[in-house]
Design a protein around this ligand. Structure first.
Ligand code: ZN
Length: 103
Protein backbone atom coordinates (compact mmCIF):
# COMPACT_ATOMS: atom_id res chain seq x y z
CA UNK A 1 0.00 0.00 0.00
CA UNK A 2 1.29 3.43 -0.90
CA UNK A 3 2.52 5.66 1.90
CA UNK A 4 0.96 8.76 0.28
CA UNK A 5 -1.72 9.66 -2.23
CA UNK A 6 -1.55 13.24 -3.54
CA UNK A 7 -4.40 15.19 -5.09
CA UNK A 8 -1.91 17.03 -7.37
CA UNK A 9 0.98 14.59 -7.97
CA UNK A 10 2.54 16.38 -10.97
CA UNK A 11 4.10 19.85 -11.03
CA UNK A 12 1.53 22.49 -12.07
CA UNK A 13 4.33 24.56 -13.71
CA UNK A 14 6.30 22.00 -15.74
CA UNK A 15 4.31 18.76 -15.53
CA UNK A 16 7.16 16.73 -14.01
CA UNK A 17 6.21 14.05 -11.48
CA UNK A 18 6.67 14.66 -7.77
CA UNK A 19 10.25 14.09 -6.62
CA UNK A 20 10.16 15.06 -2.93
CA UNK A 21 7.92 16.13 -0.09
CA UNK A 22 8.83 19.05 2.17
CA UNK A 23 9.54 17.87 5.71
CA UNK A 24 10.78 19.63 8.80
CA UNK A 25 12.94 18.62 11.68
CA UNK A 26 14.18 20.25 14.84
CA UNK A 27 17.81 21.13 15.39
CA UNK A 28 19.61 22.67 18.32
CA UNK A 29 22.28 25.27 17.63
CA UNK A 30 24.72 24.95 20.51
CA UNK A 31 25.66 28.18 22.29
CA UNK A 32 28.62 29.34 24.30
CA UNK A 33 29.14 32.29 26.65
CA UNK A 34 30.35 35.39 24.80
CA UNK A 35 33.06 37.76 25.91
CA UNK A 36 31.43 40.56 27.87
CA UNK A 37 28.18 38.65 28.52
CA UNK A 38 25.47 37.17 26.35
CA UNK A 39 25.96 34.14 24.09
CA UNK A 40 27.43 33.26 20.69
CA UNK A 41 26.93 30.24 18.43
CA UNK A 42 29.32 27.41 19.29
CA UNK A 43 29.53 26.39 15.59
CA UNK A 44 27.88 23.04 16.18
CA UNK A 45 24.28 21.95 15.63
CA UNK A 46 22.58 18.81 16.94
CA UNK A 47 19.91 17.46 14.59
CA UNK A 48 17.01 15.53 16.11
CA UNK A 49 16.33 13.05 13.29
CA UNK A 50 13.42 11.58 15.27
CA UNK A 51 11.57 14.88 14.85
CA UNK A 52 11.43 14.66 11.03
CA UNK A 53 7.85 15.05 9.81
CA UNK A 54 5.79 16.24 6.85
CA UNK A 55 5.24 19.99 6.92
CA UNK A 56 1.42 20.11 7.01
CA UNK A 57 -0.28 23.50 6.59
CA UNK A 58 -3.22 24.65 8.72
CA UNK A 59 -5.62 23.52 5.98
CA UNK A 60 -4.10 20.03 5.84
CA UNK A 61 -1.98 20.37 2.71
CA UNK A 62 1.62 19.31 2.19
CA UNK A 63 4.26 20.80 -0.14
CA UNK A 64 5.79 18.80 -3.01
CA UNK A 65 8.88 19.39 -5.19
CA UNK A 66 9.57 18.41 -8.81
CA UNK A 67 13.02 17.80 -10.31
CA UNK A 68 13.24 21.55 -11.15
CA UNK A 69 12.64 22.45 -7.49
CA UNK A 70 9.24 23.97 -8.20
CA UNK A 71 7.13 23.77 -5.04
CA UNK A 72 3.36 23.35 -4.90
CA UNK A 73 0.78 22.65 -2.21
CA UNK A 74 -1.60 19.71 -2.42
CA UNK A 75 -4.08 17.80 -0.32
CA UNK A 76 -2.89 14.31 0.53
CA UNK A 77 -3.93 11.07 2.14
CA UNK A 78 -2.04 8.42 4.05
CA UNK A 79 -3.93 5.25 3.06
CA UNK A 80 -2.28 3.05 5.69
CA UNK A 81 -3.08 5.39 8.57
CA UNK A 82 -6.42 5.19 10.33
CA UNK A 83 -6.09 8.75 11.51
CA UNK A 84 -5.95 11.79 9.23
CA UNK A 85 -2.76 12.61 7.37
CA UNK A 86 -2.38 15.72 9.49
CA UNK A 87 -2.47 13.84 12.76
CA UNK A 88 -0.22 11.09 11.35
CA UNK A 89 2.45 13.49 10.09
CA UNK A 90 1.76 16.94 11.48
CA UNK A 91 3.92 16.69 14.55
CA UNK A 92 2.92 19.79 16.48
CA UNK A 93 5.15 19.24 19.50
CA UNK A 94 8.32 17.29 18.70
CA UNK A 95 10.18 15.73 21.58
CA UNK A 96 13.21 17.53 22.93
CA UNK A 97 16.49 16.03 24.19
CA UNK A 98 15.56 17.10 27.72
CA UNK A 99 12.60 14.71 27.72
CA UNK A 100 15.08 11.89 28.42
CA UNK A 101 16.78 13.71 31.32
CA UNK A 102 15.99 12.38 34.78
CA UNK A 103 16.87 15.65 36.56
ZN1 ZN B 1 8.21 21.73 -12.05
Amino acid sequence: MAEFRFEVAACPKCGAPVRAIVERLVCYALLQPADGGGHDYADETKVDWNSQHVDVSADGECLLLCECDHVWPTAFEVPSARQSAESAYGLAHPSTPGDACGR
